[in-house]
Design a protein around this ligand. Structure first.
Ligand code: EPU
Length: 420
């Protein structure tokens, strides 16, 4: 298993370009199952979760042509196996995004149930009940969800009991080929949902309201091929903004979508950093000396992203005062806190709240990455810690950050990958 060795202390300076969004590219790849025509996606990040989704598409029988330049063409002419096997789902829960498109296109699908997850239970009951409302008959057997709808899906009025990002995406994809109109209420408003709707519209779908909490879809007979460029990864962009802030440096984050980062930018400014536009699609973060503690509660978009909570916690270990960090989306997303504490951070966990007292001088230590964003948090802590930090299990980082050590090295970080 690969490891990272980081020597902390250097303020990061320079420019970094953001990759395409992993969480946008995943549903976009799943959407390719909805048509027998080829669909081309640009700016698909070359990260592990994307490779897993590509393997899943290939498993169903789709042809996948993925270049290292981020251009991927999928032609799902014949789907011989409308199935997401456990081997793939267990390494990436987003495999459940195949459920909606497969049922919509073929009238049947078999998708393994995801097991537990490091950050919470993460069930897919809302995807399932949404598809049932569209007329699918669903049963669970041998760890798989089996869905069938011989007569085809029928549009329906769906109200999500709680906001779910991939649940919204799954249902949105399914509804494009359902008969009649589907309304999805309490839909996720994440930019990734709007990006998926843009792709589906290019493929011939009739969608209104994506990016708001009510989405209306009028089903069409068939979808066709299209070409689409994936939006910038707002979580990667946010991680680099925090990297600039935590190391007391000056970093320009290029090729991002500043409007998707508003909640983080507001906190960084309150914490005492200067964050300014630096031309189109770019933000400059500059340290102005001491950081102040600022509380945060994670929320659905446009609130503060849960996917930036761990990185933000690393930042708060360096801020003057006490910050309360409340995690409202996932029930167990504080695994990084214990590892940060091993590096010298003062963090107390009380249920869904982490109380961080700072600033504390961190010292390099051997730490273990438990999930994707937790790993990013440890990496950020390593960049300010004295001495050497050894991060184990960096395959978690490789799931969602493209060439992270190369990008950080360019900013002046001393980070090396050790290949085991
Ligand atoms: N939930 C249910 N039932 C469901 C679906 C969700 O109870 O059927 C609950 C979840 O357990 C959770 C909450 O609803 O407590 C929200 O989960 P959501 O469904 O929105 O999460 P997701 O769609 O599985 C996506 C991202 C995550 C991100 C969350 C929240 C993708 C591929 N994944 O997951 O990204 O944290 O939304 O914004 O889009 C990451 O990139 O590191 C990551 C974990």
């Amino acid at each position: 298993m690969d490891k990272f060795i980081i020597r902390g202390g250097a303020p990061l300076c320079g420019e970094v370009a953001v990759s395409g969004s992993k969480n946008s590219a995943l549903p976009a790849l799943a959407a390719c199952l909805l048509t027998s025509d080829p669909v081309t996606l640009n700016r698909v990040p070359r990260v592990r979760d994307i490779r897993t989704m590509e393997r899943l598409l290939a498993y169903t029988g789709a042809e996948v042509d993925a270049g290292e330049d981020g251009r991927v063409t999928v032609a799902a002419r014949n789907i011989a196996r409308p199935e997401a096997p456990y081997e793939l789902v267990k390494t990436m829960r987003a495999s459940s995004l195949a459920l909606g498109p497969l049922v919509a296109r073929l009238g049947r699908a078999r998708v393994s149930l995801p097991g537990g997850c490091a950050i919470g239970a993460r069930p897919i009951n809302l995807h399932v009940s949404g598809l049932e409302q569209l007329g699918a008959r669903i049963r669970q057997s041998h760890g798989y969800i089996e869905a069938e709808v011989p007569e085809g899906l029928q549009g329906a009025w769906i109200h999500f009991d709680r906001i779910t990002v991939t649940g919204t995406e799954d249902l949105l994809m399914a509804a494009t080929l359902a008969r009649g109109e589907t309304v999805i209420e309490n839909a996720a408003r994440e930019p990734e949902v709007a990006d998926l709707a843009e792709l589906l519209t290019k493929m011939g779908a009739d969608i209104e309201g994506a990016g708001t909490s009510t989405i209306r879809v009028r089903g069409v007979e068939r979808l066709h091929g299209a070409e689409h460029t994936i939006i910038a990864d707002r979580i990667e962009a946010g991680t680099f903004l925090i990297a600039g802030a935590i190391t007391g440096g000056e970093v320009v984050v290029r090729e991002c979508a500043p409007k998707h980062l508003a909640a983080l930018v507001a906190r960084l400014r309150q914490a005492g950093c200067e964050v300014k536009p630096a031309g189109t699609g770019a933000l400059r973060v500059k340290s102005r000396g001491k950081l102040r503690s600022v509380d945060v509660t994670t929320e659905e978009y446009p609130g503060f992203a849960t996917d930036l909570q761990a990185q933000y916690m690393a930042l708060m270990t360096q801020a003057e005062g006490i910050s309360f960090i409340t995690e409202s989306i996932f029930e167990n997303r504080f695994m990084h806190a214990l590892e940060l504490a091993r590096m010298g951070a003062n963090i107390r966990i009380e249920g869904r709240q982490a109380i961080v007292a700072g600033p504390r001088t961190l010292s390099g230590a051997g730490v273990i990455a438990s999930d994707l964003r937790a790993s990013a948090s440890l990496m950020l802590a390593g960049l300010v810690a004295g001495g050497e930090t050894l991060i184990d299990r960096v395959y978690h980082i490789d799931r969602g950050y493209e060439g992270i050590e190369r990008k950080l090295q360019k900013l002046g970080a001393q980070i090396q990958r050790v290949i085991d």
